[in-house]
Design a protein around this ligand. Structure first.
Ligand code: PAF
Length: 308
């Protein structure tokens, strides 16, 4: 199988390193030619809970060098999905499948619109990864990856992706309800990410302080109301308790949104709290806390150059 991972960020690099343990032909597609050449030369250095190890990997910025792939995995930030999909088009042949392991809601739809519904596979990963530099990544947390199709069908391709992940030591399973899974993850991100980005705290600290714990609960409660009205079946019996449990389990993590803010980069706020706000407004459900978080993170993004 020829597999292309699009995006050399934390998750893309960690996944590329793990998948390179398989016998498949693994490529990493980076839009930056100079960085691609550097990672190709140095390989990917992994440290953290799986030890310190290196993976040699094919890296390019030119999809024509890869030609057509069997599987393309999108690991870019959600605000880059559109652009990444159009760059990856030469990789997509009649039978190519496309998997998104990105945060937030909306990526499946963006990919399907351009490449066709049938080939898209959604996924959620709880793997913890922190980018330390180009080609350098910390494997910060173990966690399963769950994949599925929007139509709930369990196809041969889903099974082979699951086998592939399991073979290289990554827990993976298939779900018939990928929408429920994506919304369950969205609720976790809606409670944690913006609040860590605003306060610049690690995930675990959010539940130690009364103020942040209260805001987290309000944001999550609003998000659960929206999901319920949309008749989305969340995978946790008590989603609020789950968000607090994730804060504890990932206590030392610098959330992906805080990592973006610290690097003065755009964030995925529109695909996380932004989704709750838009859907809440459409359904007539009050979402003041998510609106507040959305507006504050938008202001932080817009004022990097002005901040003291
Ligand atoms: O985006 C993130 O950082 C992660 O999804 C999570 C679960 C909040 C842990 O840091």
């Amino acid at each position: 199988m020829k597999i292309v991972i699009v995006g050399p960020g934390a998750m893309g690099s960690l996944l590329a390193a793990f998948l390179s343990k398989s016998r498949e032909e693994i490529w990493l597609l980076d839009k930056n030619a100079e960085r691609a050449a550097r990672i190709q030369e140095s390989g990917i250095a992994v440290e953290g809970i799986s030890g310190s190890w290196e993976a040699k990997i094919r890296v390019t910025s030119d999809p024509a060098q890869i030609k057509q792939a069997d599987l393309v995995i999108f690991c870019v930030k959600s605000y880059h999905t559109k652009e990444a999909v159009s760059r990856a088009k030469p990789l997509v042949a009649e039978n190519t499948k496309v998997l998104t392991l990105q945060n937030g809601i909306g990526n499946i739809e963006i990919i399907a619109e351009s490449l066709g519904n049938e080939r898209v596979i959604g996924g959620v990963t709880n793997l913890g990864a922190t980018l330390l530099g180009p080609g350098k990544v910390r494997h910060a947390g173990k966690g399963e990856t769950v994949i599925g199709r929007a139509d709930g069908k369990i196809s041969v391709e889903l099974r082979s992706i699951r086998e592939l992940f399991n073979k290289v030591g990554l827990e993976a399973r298939i779900s018939r309800d990928i929408k429920g899974l994506l919304w369950s993850k969205l609720i976790i991100n809606a409670g944690i990410n913006a609040l860590t980005a605003i306060t610049r705290l690690n995930n675990g600290r959010l539940i130690e302080f009364e103020g942040t714990r209260k805001i987290l609960r309000e944001a999550v409660t609003e998000a659960i109301r929206v999901a319920k009205r949309k008749r989305i079946k969340l995978i946790y019996d008590d989603p609020l308790a789950k968000v607090e449990a994730v804060c504890e389990a990932t206590a030392g993590n610098v959330s992906s949104m805080l990592q973006d803010v610290l690097k003065k980069k755009p964030t995925e706020i529109d695909f996380i709290n932004g989704v709750i706000v838009r859907q809440g407004q459409e359904l007539g459900i009050p979402v003041p806390t998510n609106t507040f978080l959305l507006n504050l993170v938008k202001t932080i993004e817009a004022s990097y150059k002005l901040a003291l």
